[in-house]
Design a protein around this ligand. Structure first.
Ligand code: SF4
Length: 371
């Protein structure tokens, strides 16, 4: 028999006792093994940081999804970024995480160390301002990210256009969650039976794209936040559905997410971007899984502005990031984990990124698991 229903309030999301009650409810509910994927790398780190992974019953296996923008930015695009950043009179702007991601031969950090101008910025708007103040230079922003970064990156293009800033462009690597879920669920060897959908992505886009996925693949999808109680609640709702054999989309992050999402943000995205096929690092091309600049904004496309020449990518032969990002393997399955590949000397992007699964295992489990 189930315990008294748990009442949630906004303040309750910081209450560890309530989280423990939800975990007890998970233990009461589960009767057999289930594999659940948290899509977002931020949620992977939150799960380990809170210790939730160790409190769950052994029947629940969590696998870690591709929702780490640094991890899935294609090697070809990263090599293009490196080629642009080494051109004269270029100021290359990027979020800090990208600087240590290995390209085929080098990374942006080593380009910076060699004397080229690579700046870490916290917003694309900072890059527009840098362009405004350096009219004799070409300023390029590395516009990576999921739906969450789309509005700000699109706004920077509109801002540059409105201000008449001609020396600003963006190198676009925007990716979208729902097509990746299709790719994971339809891949041979898929193990994912339920999803925790990323709350911040749904805050922008809503979750109206998810019911057809839940219906087609018969998987529950629960929109989930980032605190321990959010995550425990998302897992509980998945387990309840899996045990009952249902496949609904549920919103366990109602304090932030609505079904429609943020219409103003979506309008900004649709003004500047259009859907396109994208290559995901380690996974390959996923149809209509990204955005590119619309024809009206091609003057801001860094790929048009620079002569880059042929790019010959060379991925590490050891790195199994692609299998990890699709939930087929875990970081401990990688022979290089913690030995040839560490945060100080990464072979693959998931060991670099603050949202990467390998860096989460290294940070929180390298002492209890493999050294
Ligand atoms: S531990 Fe390093 S080499 Fe192995 S999968 Fe992770 S990033 Fe790639």
């Amino acid at each position: 028999m189930s315990a008294k229903p748990i009442e949630y309030s906004p303040a309750a999301f910081l209450d560890p006792d309530l989280t423990l009650r939800v975990i007890q409810e998970i233990k009461r509910t589960v009767t057999r093994p289930w594999t659940i994927m948290e899509i977002c790398g931020g949620q992977t780190h939150a799960l380990f940081h809170s210790g939730l992974d160790e409190l769950l019953p052994s029947e629940i296996e969590l696998v870690h999804g591709p929702g780490c923008p640094v991890c899935v930015t294609s090697l070809e695009l990263l090599d293009k970024a490196l080629a642009i950043a080494t051109q004269p009179d270029v100021i290359f702007c990027s979020f800090g995480d990208m600087l240590r991601v290995p390209g085929s031969q080098k990374d942006l950090f080593s380009v910076k160390a060699a004397g080229h101008t690579v700046k870490v910025v916290y917003s694309p708007m900072d890059a527009v301002e840098i362009a405004r103040q350096n009219s004799d230079k070409e300023v390029v922003f590395f516009a990576i990210g999921f739906e969450t970064t789309g509005p700000a990156n699109a706004s920077s293009v509109l801002q540059a256009k409105a201000l008449g800033v001609k020396n600003y462009s963006i190198l676009v690597s925007q990716v979208c969650v729902p097509p990746a879920m299709h790719a994971i669920l339809s891949a041979p060897g898929n193990r994912v039976q339920g999803f925790l959908a990323a709350g911040h992505v749904c805050a922008v886009m809503g979750y109206w794209e998810y019911p057809p996925i839940a219906e087609k693949y018969k998987v529950p999808i629960v929109v989930t936040g980032f605190d321990a109680l959010d995550l425990a609640q998302g897992i509980l709702k998945n387990v309840q559905q899996l045990e009952k054999g249902t496949h609904e989309v549920e919103n366990a992050y109602t304090r932030v997410v609505t079904f429609e999402g943020n219409k103003s943000a979506q309008k900004l995205i649709n003004e500047v971007y259009q859907p396109c096929d994208r290559n995901w690092r380690g996974i390959g091309s996923i149809p209509m899984s990204g955005w590119e600049l619309r024809p009206a904004y091609q003057e801001f496309n860094a790929e048009n502005r620079f002569e880059i020449g042929d790019i010959h990518t060379q991925e590490s032969k050891i790195c199994i990031a692609g299998s990890i990002l699709q939930g087929m393997k875990k970081p401990f399955d990688c022979p290089a984990f913690g030995t040839l590949c560490t945060p100080d000397k990464p072979l693959g992007a998931p060991m670099v990124s603050a949202e990467g699964a390998c860096s989460a295992y290294y940070k929180y489990h390298s002492l209890s698991g493999i050294k």
